[in-house]
Design a protein. Structure first.
Lengths: 212, 230
């Protein structure tokens, strides 16, 4: 019974998130609002008021899943936010911060799709750059269908796509993987699985140029 | 029934030693190395790469190195061959159970059952095989030191086989001089049957054909000795 009560509380919190977003949307001049991403692309930014919106989401377990600030929002079938900053993804492996041009929030699942100049950073100073990321809030899985570039202090890794399971801290980069060391040396591979916990990696189809 | 004679300069020995005149090893000159593997595990703490079905290429000099399993330290640029290693260059093949190689200094050492085999080519009509238990290689000069049960086997164009046993064989790739230390035995069609050859050192210039010996012992049977005197 107590559990049910908590569950209802969390559900209420989740609903509150949506209400916050909706209230934020209300303050806009929505005379042209039609909802849907197609309409959104057709409209110019002049139609939106610059409005700082703060959005967050709690999961069914009461854990904060993500949060961010946006310059503007359009609420239709999906909530579309623009000018994303101070984004945070909460995972079992640690906190990730992010920025993007746009975030689409699927309210039915809680998942978000970040797109346009997406940058994700971890607390160790490593960063990820790509054009599109699907973040599965419940599973804590990050899917990057397009090219990715990961940068750390001394290594840059690029690849055609990436799937990151942040519940276990495992990143899999596939397709034309290229690792470049600041100190010299370039490695190419078909696939790499990187463990963010112990920083170990498993490469398939590896070639390394030892020339300095 | 044999009698030992100390020989200062013996023509027979020249024929034996001539066998090693054509000795050549892969000259792994310095150059860019590419390292590949089917699968590689990189330890996050040590940075050591544990590679399975590893392959190393020096395209400049046409050298290929393969190993079933090897570990690479990127910081020191050293490869440790854990499970077999094979070096191939221009018809010369070095096989060993294990070993290590530095891509920075182009020096390496091979251990276990080590063999260096050179098969005959159109230019050089001979087969050569060097076996030992330790082989240190300076790839930039082509020099090597073979130790522990070093045996050099040479088969000439007529199919005649010469074999030399020594404690150590040093090849100076720059001076092209092969030096054998403590030659314990020699086997060659050029030596009379039953005779034995030994020397403390034996040096051979593989370019000029000059050779020198110290402590040379040639043991002939009485019949061979009579034949030699006649």
């Amino acid at each position: 019974m107590r559990f049910l009560d908590r569950k209802w509380i969390y559900a209420a919190i989740a609903i509150a998130v949506v209400i916050v977003a909706a209230v934020a949307a209300e303050v806009f001049d929505d005379s042209d609002s039609g909802g849907g991403s197609t309409d959104l692309q057709e409209r110019s930014d002049e139609n939106f008021r610059a409005q700082s919106v703060e959005v967050w989401r709690f999961g069914p377990d009461g854990r904060r899943q993500w949060e961010f600030r946006a310059d503007s929002v359009v609420v239709g079938e999906q909530a579309t936010y623009r000018g994303i900053r101070d984004g945070r993804l909460h995972s079992d492996d640690g906190l990730l911060t992010f920025e993007a041009d746009e975030v689409v929030h699927d309210e039915s699942t809680g998942d978000i799709i970040m797109s346009g100049n997406v940058t994700v950073c971890d607390d160790k100073g490593n960063s990820l750059r790509t054009e599109r990321i699907l973040w599965d809030s419940d599973l804590q899985v990050m899917t990057c269908p397009g090219p990715v570039v990961l940068m750390s202090k001394d290594v840059t890794i690029s690849g055609d796509s990436m799937i990151g399971d942040w519940s276990i801290g495992e990143l899999e980069i596939a397709g034309r993987v290229r690792v470049t060391w600041q100190s010299g040396g370039v490695l190419t591979a078909d696939r790499v699985v990187y463990d963010t916990e112990d920083e170990s990696a498993e490469f398939e189809g590896l070639w390394y140029d030892d020339s300095m | 029934m044999s009698r030992r004679r100390r020989v200062g300069s013996v023509g027979i020995v020249a024929a034996v030693v001539a066998a090693v005149a054509v000795c050549s090893l892969p000259c792994l000159a310095a150059g860019s190395w590419k390292i590949g593997a089917q699968v590689a595990y990189v330890d996050g703490e040590t940075g050591i790469w544990d590679m399975h079905d590893m392959e190393m290429l020096n395209e400049t000099d046409g050298i290929t190195v393969v190993s079933k399993r090897a570990k690479y330290d990127r910081d020191s640029r050293t490869v440790d061959f854990i499970d077999s290693v094979r070096v191939t260059q221009s018809g010369t093949v070095v096989d060993a159970d294990s070993g290590s190689f530095s891509t920075e200094t182009n020096t390496g050492s091979f251990r276990g059952s080590v063999s260096l085999v050179r098969t005959r080519t159109e230019e050089e009509a001979y087969d050569m095989e060097l076996t030992c238990e330790e082989l240190d290689l300076d790839a930039s000069t082509g020099s090597f030191v073979a130790r522990k049960n070093a045996v050099l086997r040479y088969i000439d164009e007529d199919g005649e086989e010469t074999i030399l046993w020594a404690d150590q064989m040093d090849y100076d790739g720059e001076r092209r001089i092969l030096k054998l230390t403590n030659v314990s035995r020699a086997s060659s069609p050029s030596l009379p049957e039953g005779s034995q050859l030994a020397a403390r050192t034996m040096e051979f210039n593989t370019e000029t054909g000059d050779m020198s010996f110290t402590g040379l012992d040639l043991v002939l049977t009485e019949s061979d000795e009579a034949e030699a005197e006649s």
